[in-house]
Design a protein around this ligand. Sequence first.
Ligand code: HSE
Length: 439
Amino acid sequence: METTIGVGLLGLGTVGCGVVKILQSPKGRNPLVSKINLKRVAIKNLQKKRNLSLDSSIFTDDPLKVVEDPSVQVVVEVMGGLEPARSLILRAISLGKSVVTANKAVIARYGEEIAEAAKNNGVYVLIEAAVGGGIPIIEPLKQSLGGNQIRKVSGIINGTTNYILSRMAKEGVSYQNVLEEAQKLGYAEADPAADVEGLDAADKIAILSSLAFGGSVSRSDISTTGINKLQSRDIEYASRLGYSIKLLAIAENLEDSENSGNSSIPLALWVEPTLVPTHHPLAGVNDVNNAILIEGDPIGEVMFYGPGAGAGPTASAVVADILNIAGISTLTTAKNGVDPLLSSASWRDCHLVNTNRIIQKNYLRLITKDSPGVIGQIGSLFGENNVSIQSIVQFDATNSQAEIVVITHKVNKGSMKDSLNKIQQLSEVKSLEAHLGCL
Ligand code: HSE
């Protein structure tokens, strides 16, 4: 039996440094931590000064040297980006090495290919750090909840946008102001697109969906709306109506409602700023915290909550995966018929339903002329299209224009779109200023 486990690290950014710090201070942690030997580290810039006591001989700017080093048994990929990360992961697998990765972009797109390669080579690919930072969610979905039929996964799975939304709500400030400050403080990236446009959350919900439902869907077809167009006015109105606005990522199994006779599982996946009633468990999740709510049978609802981003929490998940491999590698290999990414033997066939079939409540804000009968006309058009209104409020009427906020009952996105097209053609309606989801 091996007494130590040789690790090669690809990337020494925020997460990589967090991993090194844990490995260098094993006291009080699982005894296996002291058995993890950092053998090689790939970095971009060999000249850059780093505040870590590591022997300079372990550094290289050629990541292949890390992957191919015979003393490296587990490759930890925390470099991010699609390439060369994907190729390096596949190379490690082909050399019979297990991989730990935090790379949601790669797993969301190439998870099936990577899992197949890992299965063929009898190695593990563990991805706890890819979703929810320090929150244990991947292994619980694979193992602890295995006896459930999962119906829905909904979560706040991007820390940066949750931080921005929390501050907008608390301080009544604009999206742009909070973003600029978050960038200065290092909470948001210099290029915030992946976070604020919802792309990072879409990667993560694709991964959670594949674990919950046992099969993957096309990442590029996930309907994604970020927070970059959100106005503080809508956060204020939502609050007055008893809601918080959160960037939710949702994956839902529509098998029960469809009954199509097709063996492929119909799934709806989407990312969207959504009104969450203040009494709902996701409404109280603030700052960089993440939370994932799983609904299944027979468990009912279970929520996982904790720090969703940052060096320490993400490194905590990476090190847990290394320990899992150190623990299991002496007992078994991934060849025993179980998929190294899923808990089941193989991937099931899943497909995304057309976005128009997603059913939910809606929040709308319209600017209209302040003239008699406008609310009546809007109400009639909704009625003709089977959209039922939960509440309709006129918040402000100045300079001969009115601001009308509507919350609908549950309706499919197709009927919603049709009725909004007709409403926007009314001469009294000047613009649709906001259209958000609502729980
Ligand atoms: N940028 C991500 C977030 C962290 O803000 O949640 C890494 O997944």
